[in-house]
Design a protein around this ligand. Structure first.
Ligand code: MN
Length: 265
């Protein structure tokens, strides 16, 4: 695994890819203007207005996030009605970072892509899910941070509740910064909107990147597979893997509450 990481970092193809994605975004000088425009416009959601104004301050991230982590997550949910876990930040234990991908049949089917960072799961809703084809860019809409305890959630959220529908644990594992720089590097990458990482999952492996698009919302990212020996344009992973990575259940079985017996678990 470590060798894969080292190799991919140094590859010229990887460079080319990141140059390409950089050019796809507007130069960062324009960022301030765009942000201002978004702050002026009446925001649809309270939270996005709060966030975009907060983004103007360079010191915001740690301060505002540290005061109320998972506040948005908790505000959106009624825990007397949903079985999802309430949002709390556990004490840090160990340096291994986890990821989870949940297939979520809400009003629209999507894959929730969650990366652990600083005690929470940074989260993106990816309508089409990840692709192993390095030429494919998958839209990833950033959503509110989720608690780490969400990583074991599989089941149904009642209709009418936030995110109502069936949730499948589609993949899970650990991940790390592509450059080997640990959480500090991931934090920088997230802030910059250029998050490069290596996944060690059951279904998702190798180097990937999340690139923030320069859009007024600041929520639109692209999930792209880096070119490495795990890349495979012919492998349609979301079509191939349609059951829970933990319980082997289909979406229908999860919705029905079917328990599947595993002799190996
Ligand atoms: Mn979702």
């Amino acid at each position: 695994m470590a060798t894969t990481r080292k190799r991919t970092v140094k590859r010229p193809v990887t460079k080319k890819r990141s140059a390409k994605t950089t050019s796809a975004r507007k130069p960062s000088v324009k960022k301030a203007a765009t942000k201002k425009a978004s702050a002026r416009r009446p925001a649809a959601k309270k939270s996005s207005a709060k966030k975009s104004s907060a983004k103007k301050s360079t010191t915001r991230t740690t301060s505002s996030r540290a005061t109320k982590p998972l506040a948005e997550y908790n505000r959106k949910r009624d825990f007397t009605r949903t079985k999802e876990p309430a949002g709390t930040v556990p004490k840090a234990k160990g340096s291994t970072l986890h990821f989870v991908v949940q297939k979520h049949a809400a009003s629209r089917l999507h894959f929730d892509f969650r990366l652990e960072l600083d005690g929470v799961m940074k989260s993106w809703a990816v309508p089409k899910g990840p692709s192993y084809d390095p030429k494919v860019r998958r839209l990833a809409m950033e959503v509110e941070d989720h608690p780490i305890s969400y990583n074991t959630f599989e089941g149904t959220i009642p209709a009418g509740e936030y995110g109502g529908g069936t949730v499948m644990l589609w993949d899970r594992g650990t991940y790390e910064a592509e450059d080997g720089g640990g959480p500090a590097s991931l934090r920088r990458g997230y802030e910059k909107g250029d998050l490069k990482f290596v996944m060690h999952g059951t279904r998702l492996k190798g180097a990937w990147v999340l690139v923030r698009m320069n859009r007024p919302t600041g929520k639109e990212w692209l999930l792209i597979k880096h070119r490495d020996d795990t890349a495979d344009p012919d492998y349609d992973v979301t079509a191939d893997e349609t059951t829970s990575v933990v319980t082997d259940r289909t979406m229908e079985q999860i919705a029905d509450g079917t328990r599947v017996w595993h002799s190996n678990r």
